[in-house]
Design a binder for this molecule. Structure first.
Ligand code: HH2
Length: 300
């Protein structure tokens, strides 16, 4: 199989004169949800010392980036009922900052913060975050301003409509070209807010306003988004489409590792630069071997 990921490279500039090289073997982004209600690990890491320990363990297990989230973005209108509760910025920052500050003091590894609120992004960047991951792709212009001021990288994820209702009335005529065009529009929005194009990472938004078959199609054809010219991030880990596509549609999130790895395998062969996952050790080993095999093919 031709592997697009072997040939393209990107360098993201991080705060404090650091950088993150992307390309070759996809990087593992370990998920750390500091929430009571995330679909997979909600409530597990609410205690800051435990959360810090978990973050450091993920780094030891092979995570190259941590992604800290303090508000669940579980979409409503589908498998997750009403979806996640919106959290006021003070509450989100109150969950996030103690863990972020402690992790920042303990590691130089890139730390991403998953937030859609400008106020939270600004505080996170001041507390040492390296990049912002916005699942609403700049619904809050203040988030764009915070990122532009910090000069840090930004993940723009594709979604449609409001988080609370996005799993209702899903309609695409041409899935890949519409996702591509809408990501292109969010890139333009970012540029308009003064964010440098070479700091952007793009994500098709698996599970956000898509049917489970559309999620499969997006993973299958991730490479169709390569013309956007930016590194691609895929977040498929433990999501409900995995259970739906398998012989066990009732498999709970913690029993979806095999399917999550299948998505990582496909994403890697389609050129994904970053995979956002819960199961870090397994994914890191998987990618090491995947890359070793892919390199054998490339050198032959
Ligand atoms: N998915 C989730 C949250 N943030 N960010 C990006 N860039 N891409 C994703 O696919 C993505 C994301 C949802 O997963 P999770 O964080 O595990 O759950 P919750 O939103 O319930 O906290």
């Amino acid at each position: 199989m031709e592997t697009a990921t072997l040939t393209r490279t990107w360098t993201l500039r991080l705060p404090r004169e650091r950088s993150l090289e992307l390309g070759g073997r996809p990087r593992v982004m370990g998920i750390l949800n500091l929430t009571p209600d995330s679909f997979s690990d909600g409530g597990l890491w609410l205690d800051p010392p435990r959360a810090v320990e978990r973050g450091l363990r993920m780094l030891a297990e092979g995570a190259e980036i941590l992604d800290l989230g303090a508000e669940s973005t579980r979409p409503g209108g589908g498998v997750y009922g009403e979806g996640a509760r919106t959290v006021p910025p003070e509450e989100e920052a109150g969950r996030l900052l103690p863990v972020l500050e402690a992790l920042r003091a303990a590691t130089g590894a890139p730390i991403s913060v998953d937030t859609r609120k400008g106020e939270v992004a600004r505080q996170a960047l001041a507390a040492g975050a390296d990049l912002i991951n916005d699942v609403t792709a700049l619904s809050d212009p203040l988030l764009g301003a915070a990122v532009a001021d910090a000069g840090c990288p930004l993940v723009l994820m594709h979604s449609r409509g409001d988080l609370a209702t996005m799993q209702r009335g899903i309609r695409f005529h041409d899935l890949l070209s519409e996702v591509l065009a809408e990501l292109q529009a969010s890139v333009r929005r970012a540029l308009g807010l003064g964010i440098a194009e070479e700091q952007l990472v793009l994500d098709p938004g698996i599970g956000f306003g898509k049917t489970w078959e559309q999620n499969l199609a997006l993973i299958r054809r991730l490479e169709d988004l390569a013309p956007l010219g930016r590194p691609l991030l895929l977040g498929a880990s433990r999501k409900s489409f995995i259970a739906k596509a398998s012989a066990r549609p009732d498999a709970p999130p913690e029993r979806r590792l095999g399917g999550s790895l299948a998505a990582v395998a496909w994403a890697a062969s389609q050129g994904a630069a970053i995979v956002r996952v819960h199961d870090v050790a397994e994914t890191a080993q998987f990618l090491d071997v995947w890359y070793a095999v892919a390199r054998q093919g490339a050198d032959a």
